[in-house]
Design a protein. Sequence first.
Length: 514
Amino acid sequence: MSLTKQTNLLLKPQCLFLLRRLSTEPTPPAPSQSPSPRPPLQDSESSSLISEAVNLLLQTPRNEWTSSSELNHLLFSSSPTPRLFLKISRHFPSSSQALTFFNYIKSNSLSQQNTKILSSTFQAIFELASREPDSYNKLCDLYKECKDQNVPLSINAATLLIRCFGKANMVDQSLLVYNELEPNIKNTHIRNVLIDVLIRDGRFDDALNVLDQMLQRESEFPPNDVTGDIVFYALMKKNRIRRNIIFRLCRNKKTGVAWDVLHDLMKLGAPIEVASCNALLSAGRVDDASVVLSKLKEAGFCPDIVCYNVLIGAFCRKKMLDKAYEMLTEMEAAGIRPDCVTYNTLISYLSKAGNFLAARRVMKEMLNDGFVPTVVTYGAIIHAYCLHGMVDEAMKIFTDMSSASKVAPNTVIYNTLIDSLCKNNQVELALSLMDDMKVKGVKPNTTTFNAMFKGLREKNMLDKALKLMDKMTEHACHPDYVSMEILTEWFSAVGETEKLRKFVQGYEVSAAPA
C-alpha cells in the first residue's frame, strides 16, 4: 500500500485500534516463539551445490536428464528439501525451462516430500513467468497446468497469483485462486492481499466478506496490523466501504463500536457522509441513537432532515411522544422544516394511539406548511380508525380522500377497509369496494380475497364466494395457506370439495349452481 511515512505513522496505532473495535473477541496473545520445523540448510544444500546442479542441468540436453546418473545422484541421493528445488528452479532462464525441470522431478517420484517439492518448484515457475512478456496469460495457463497436475499451491505462489491477477484487473481470477485454496493455506497474509486487491477494484462487499471471515470467533487467521492498514486506509478514502462497515456494525447491534470507528475517522479528518450517520441513528435502541446524535453534534456534524425523521420515528415507535416533539422543536430551531415524512410519522403514531384530535391538528399544520396529504397520510388514519373499530369514520376519510382530496387509494387501503367491513358484518359494502377497485384500476391481491372469503364464510354466501374465486383466478392471484384454510373448512362443511379442487387446478367454479 503506497502511503507516505507520515501517514503510516498516523495510521499504525489507529489501524490497531480499529481492529480492536471490529473484533468480536479480545486480541489473542502472541504465540510463543518455537523453533522452525525446517532445519537449517546443510552443507549439501549450500550455494555451491545449487550452482553445480544448475550448471549440470543447463549443460545436459533435457532429453538426457533422466538417464544422467551424475544429475540424479546430485539431486536425489541425499534428502532433498523443497527449499533446494525452489532455489534451483529460480536459476532457469525461462518459465518453460523450469516447467520441463518440474516434469523431470515429478517423473522421479520422490518420497513423502514429493508434494511439497513440486509445490515449491511450481512457485519458482510462477515467479519466472510473472517477469516475462505476456505474463498474465502465461500465469493463467500455468495455473491451469498446476491444477491439472494436481499440485497444491504454496502460500507464496497463491499470494503471487492473487496479486498479479489483481494488477491486471483480473479480479475474478484472483477470487478463483483464493476460493480454490485449501482452508489451512488461507492464512492472514493471503487474506490481506486479497482484501487489498478487492478494495482497489471497488469490490467492497467482497472485501468485507473476507474481513468478516477473519473476525469470526472460530477463525484460525485473525486480522493483524497489516489488515488494519489496508482497511483503515480504505475507510479514510472510500465513502462506500466506510458506510458499509458502519451499516454492518449497526445491523449486528454494535452501535457503540460503530460510533467509535466513525468518531476516530472524523478526528482524522475523513469526509463523513450523512448516510453513515443515519445508519447509526437507525439503531434499534433510541437511547443509543440520542447519545450518538449528541456525540455527532459535539464532533461538528450537522444533522439533516433524514436524521431527525429517523429519530422522530424511533421515539414514536417507543411511544415516547415527548421526545419526538423535542426532536421536532430542535429540528425547527436548527432551521430545518418538517417534510411529508415528518408529518406522516406523527399522524400515524397519534392515530394509532387513538388521539385523532391531535392527528387532525397535525394534518392541519401539514396543510398550512404547504404539504398535501398523500396516500400514506390517509392510509395511516384509515388504518388507525379500523384498528379502533371505527369503520364508519374510516369510510368517511376514504370518501373524502377519493372525492375532495383527489388522492387515489391503493390496494393496502382497500384491504384494510374490506377486512374491517367484513369483521363488522358489512359484507355487501365490502363487495362494493371490490367493484370500486375495478373501476379505479386498483388490482386486488391474495390478501384482498382472503378478507372477503372470511366475511362471506360468516354469512355462508357460497355463490358470491365462487364468483370471487373465479375473479381470483382471472387476476392470477394464487391462493395461499390462509385461503386454503378458510375454503377447505367451509367447503368441506357444505360438501363442495370438488369445486375447491377445480379452483386449485385453475378451472372456473361459478358456472354450475352450487
